[in-house]
Design a protein around this ligand. Structure first.
Ligand SMILES: NC(=O)c1ccc[n+]([C@@H]2O[C@H](COP(=O)([O-])OP(=O)(O)OC[C@H]3O[C@@H](n4cnc5c(N)ncnc54)[C@H](O)[C@@H]3O)[C@@H](O)[C@H]2O)c1
Length: 457
């Protein structure tokens, strides 16, 4: 741990969990949950990791005898912080902070994306890694959970600087990743090109081409057909299933999307193709709306050309904050975490929120949405399409036998529908939110694996 705050040796601080548990009929917890916070996090500012801990508390009463292992979920197995120095184009040397966290590997190798963003923190990467453990178990792919990131705004870098940063970072985390150990993938501000550099760097270091070390690669380098669209397709598939359960027809449904990148852009496109009206979109450049429905293909072209939705013709600009109150049936947060908060959740008019992003809803906002009768389809099931096709990519790389896009999409849709049905039934059975239900299904699988493996040594 390179940047752990130096404190004198003392027991890990203990912090009380947020008081509210699942609004539905949860078995009473035997004692108030307390969290031992590692010395390298500030117990008063736990960030996204604090949100994740609250979610674990909400599932604990449903874990039965497996609850004896629950502390396993409340700490990452491994967290690596690396210094990433690169030479900038102007000859100076710049240093960036990089992370790779493996939250849990009981069910298989670590799996999760790499994020390049100026606000990345250890707490955030820990939470994202933990959500990957839950997500992978929820759709039953044989992976643990991991995540990585670099604290950088990649838009400020030249292509050469970005490549040097990616390669040095890959080399630094090379000691813990590998096709059988931990397999990175794209996330916010990383893409196929970044994955190609990561694959090449790892391969150069081990002396053999190792296509299975990352997923989300270009198809020419062992990538999978359908991977780029997979997360958005999964959001759409699960959204349609959930809409059916609440009697909401997709044709004519009004959809608002925050984030119009890989996930939000594809999800918006698929909903529009199914006859829904995408009436509002917000990204880092601003918000736009058209009550009659935005022209999504043209908006995607505009974003590709200009880098954001602002300035799109055929829409009016939204004032800051106005987006959340959009009159719509389906709201898809598909940007960053912590977007739906207690400050704006009360404004939401949708019947359903489908979480394309990881961790977009704080627990307080979750409760407000639940009180308003709004169905929240949580990230840990809604955006699992990406990792599902990443799993297909990894399997294809090992067998060097590649499937058609049709086969990929069919298998993806089948897995997503089955996983959603399982979560829906669990929610009905225990009368809990879909988030708690997904955690019940997933944490049961993770802790069953832990229990069956036993504790080493
Ligand atoms: N790409 C995947 O396969 C995948 C899989 C699962 C989950 N996710 C999650 O989906 C979310 C989006 O990922 P992506 O791959 O689409 O990233 P991306 O980089 O392609 O797009 C991110 C989008 O978010 C917008 N955005 C950034 N900051 C914003 C802000 N402050 N306000 C409003 N919009 C903002 C950007 O403008 C952009 O439209 C992330 O939470 C990511 O972890 C991605």
């Amino acid at each position: 741990m390179a940047t752990a705050k130096s404190k004198k040796a003392s027991p890990a601080p203990v912090t009380k969990a947020a008081p509210k548990t699942s609004a539905a009929a949860a078995p009473a917890p035997t004692s108030a949950p307390v969290h031992q916070v590692p010395s390298y996090l500030d117990p008063n500012h736990l960030g996204p990791w604090g949100i994740y801990l609250t979610q674990v508390d909400r599932v604990t009463p449903y874990l039965g005898p497996l609850a004896r292992w629950v502390e396993t979920l409340k700490r990452p197995k491994r967290a690596l912080i690396v210094d990433v120095p690169i030479e900038m184009d102007n000859g100076t040397i710049a240093h960036f902070e990089g992370y790779r966290v493996q939250h849990n590997v009981s069910r298989g190798p670590g799996k999760g994306g790499v994020r390049f963003h100026q606000a990345v923190t250890l707490s955030e990467v820990m939470a994202l890694a933990a959500w990957m453990s839950v997500k992978n178990a929820a759709v039953n792919v044989p992976y643990g959970g991991a995540k990585g990131g670099i604290r950088v705004d990649p838009r400020t870098l030249s292509k050469g600087e970005l490549e040097r940063l990616t390669r040095r970072y890959t080399s630094e985390i090379g000691i813990i990743i590998g096709p059988h150990k931990d397999i990175p993938a794209p996330d916010v501000n990383t893409n196929e090109k970044v994955m190609a550099w990561m694959m090449d760097t790892y391969s150069m270091n081990v002396g053999a081409t190792a296509t299975g070390v990352v997923t989300g690669k270009p198809v020419d380098l062992g990538g999978s057909l359908g991977r780029r669209e997979a997360t958005g397709r999964g959001v759409f598939t699960v959204g349609v299933e959930a809409a059916q359960q609440i009697g909401l027809p997709i044709a004519g449904a009004r959809v608002a999307v925050q984030g119009f990148g890989n996930v939000g852009g594809i999800a918006g496109k698929l909903f529009a193709e199914a006859g829904a009206l995408v009436v509002a979109v917000q990204d880092h450049t601003g918000g736009i709306a058209n009550d009659k429905g935005l022209n999504v293909p043209k908006l995607l072209d505009h974003v590709a050309e200009t880098g954001g939705v602002a300035g799109f013709k055929g829409a009016e600009a939204l004032k800051p904050g106005e987006f959340w109150g959009t009159k719509c049936d389906i709201l898809i947060p598909a940007a960053l975490e912590g977007q739906l908060t207690k400050e704006n959740a009360g404004k939401v008019k949708a019947k359903m929120v489908i979480e394309g992003a990881n961790g977009p809803t704080t627990p307080e906002a979750d409760d407000i949405l639940q009180d308003k009768g709004i169905l929240v389809v949580p990230d840990v099931i809604a955006n699992a399409g990406g990792v599902t096709v990443s799993y297909f990519e990894w399997v294809q790389d090992f067998s060097s036998f590649f499937w058609s896009e049709e086969e990929i999409n069919q298998r993806l849709v089948r897995i997503m529908k089955e996983a959603f049905a399982g979560v829906w039934n669990t929610a009905q059975q225990h009368k809990v939110s879909l988030r708690t239900a997904t955690f019940i299904v997933a944490c049961t699988r993770i802790l069953t694996a832990r229990d069956q493996r036993g504790l080493y040594p």
